[in-house]
Write a protein that binds this ligand. Structure first.
Ligand code: ZN
Length: 427
């Protein structure tokens, strides 16, 4: 246990460096890190980690071992130039419990920039919010990991356990970045992932599957349209069938622990559609990009099989329509959900840290979006605390993160590190 005066020194140290922390966050938001273009942003993170005296490990994530892992999401991009960065702190004498502080560097596309009130990359702070693509999800958290860790040194304290600070790629599409870090051998007795989670702790989380569904048609000239087969019209039938499966899974939510009270935990998103070659040709093909959610306990293979059965049934013939060809190809997340079992020491330590930083109790909740927590829980068997600041509009226009919430979450994480890892006074 740390003393009250040590705790106060840590809280003060976070406050003293907070302006610098905001500038570091803004700098990172200003380095767009869309998929397969994260290297400039990772350079910034690496430089900051090196400045903290951490031992740097930076490596390209692709490997046969990764591709063979059951949690691997099939990738459609080249991993030969995409890197993870891990900075490791090793104490002179190990006494406490080891820790991973994880965050992802990748951000989702900004969409039509004209619909933002300002550039998505200028990280303006206005009325207590920092704006920008990735400000909330999750560059504020990633930088908070670094400043929470360094707050101990600023407070004259040194952790007495190993700490790994991870900046991973691929969280928004496959989860292969964190998985690659696990396969590289990074393990610890607890993990914190500082995703934007409303100052609360994630208790349970869905798995996610991505796939492309390709519907094949029969092209003809529209003057003889009845002789052709319209793949785009048929894709609407596939979408209708998928909505049916989505309804079915949502109706089962009372059978899934921690999901009973959610209105609509399972969301299928048609995230992309393309098809046809010419306005005056009946379209020969249509592709849907699909994101599916699945409850913890269901395997990705089971979810994939259910989606395949569903669309095949839609594609079989009826009295009004001939059968058509449809193919389902996984091309991203192939990830199972997880539950953070209540009662871990890690959670108890976070409860105390949160109370000290926020002056109120920590709450937990279930979130219907993907989290890298599944890597550490399902494959590392490690208590994983997904916990972080209040945000709005992540993945939308004018994404923003609450500055005050970032400050308090940083304080809470710094206290957590001190209590979990233990501290020694620096002479
Ligand atoms: Zn995120």
């Amino acid at each position: 246990m740390i003393s009250d005066t040590q705790a106060q020194r840590i809280l003060d140290a976070v406050d003293a460096a907070f302006d610098e922390q905001l500038r570091a966050t803004a700098d990172l938001v200003a380095a767009p890190s869309l998929r397969a273009d994260e290297e400039t942003a990772q350079d910034l993170v690496e430089a900051r980690m090196a400045a903290l005296g951490l031992e740097i490990d930076r490596w390209t994530i692709g490997s046969p071992e990764l591709e063979a892992h059951p949690g691997y999401g099939p990738s459609t991009v080249d991993y030969s130039r995409m890197t993870n960065v891990v900075g490791t702190y090793t104490p002179e004498r190990v006494e406490g419990r080891s820790l991973i502080l994880n965050g992802h560097i990748d951000v989702v596309p900004e969409g039509p920039e004209a619909q933002w009130s300002r550039s998505p990359w200028d990280a303006e702070v206005r009325d207590g919010w920092m704006y920008g693509r990735g400000a909330g999800d999750m560059k504020a958290g990633l930088i908070a990991n670094l400043f929470a860790f360094d707050a101990l040194r600023r407070a004259g304290l040194a952790p007495t356990a190993r700490v790994h600070l991870q900046s991973v790629v691929e969280e928004e599409c496959t989860g292969n970045g964190s998985l690659a870090a696990l396969l590289r051998g990074y393990e610890a007795e607890a993990v914190i992932i500082s995703e934007p989670e409303e100052d609360a702790l994630v208790r349970a989380n869905v798995g996610v599957l991505w796939c492309t569904i390709r519907v094949s048609g029969e092209p003809t000239h529209p003057r003889e349209m009845a002789n052709g087969f319209n793949a785009i019209d048929a894709a609407y039938e596939v979408i209708g069938a998928l909505r049916g499966l989505e309804r079915e899974w949502n109706a089962e939510r009372d059978r899934h622990r921690f999901f009973e009270d959610l209105d609509h935990p399972i969301n299928f998103n048609i995230g992309g559609i393309s098809g046809g070659d010419w306005p005056s040709s009946v379209p020969a093909w249509c592709e849907l990009r699909l994101r599916v959610a699945l409850y913890p306990g269901m395997t990705a293979a089971e979810a994939h099989a259910a989606v395949e059965d569903c669309v095949r049934a839609a594609a079989s013939g009826s009295a009004e329509r001939r059968p058509f060809d449809v193919r389902v190809t996984p091309d991203g997340f192939y990830a199972e959900g997880y539950v953070l079992e209540p009662g871990s020491d890690a959670e108890a330590v976070l409860e105390r840290a949160h109370r000290a930083a926020f002056g109120r109790d920590l709450t937990s909740f279930t979130t219907p979006g993907y989290l890298d927590g599944r890597v550490f829980v399902n494959y590392g068997n490690t208590p994983t605390l997904v916990y972080g600041p209040v945000s709005e509009n992540i993945h939308g226009f004018d994404e923003r993160v609450s500055v005050e919430s970032v400050r308090r979450c940083t304080q809470s994480m710094a206290l957590f590190i001190a209590e979990w890892c233990g501290v020694a006074e620096i002479d």
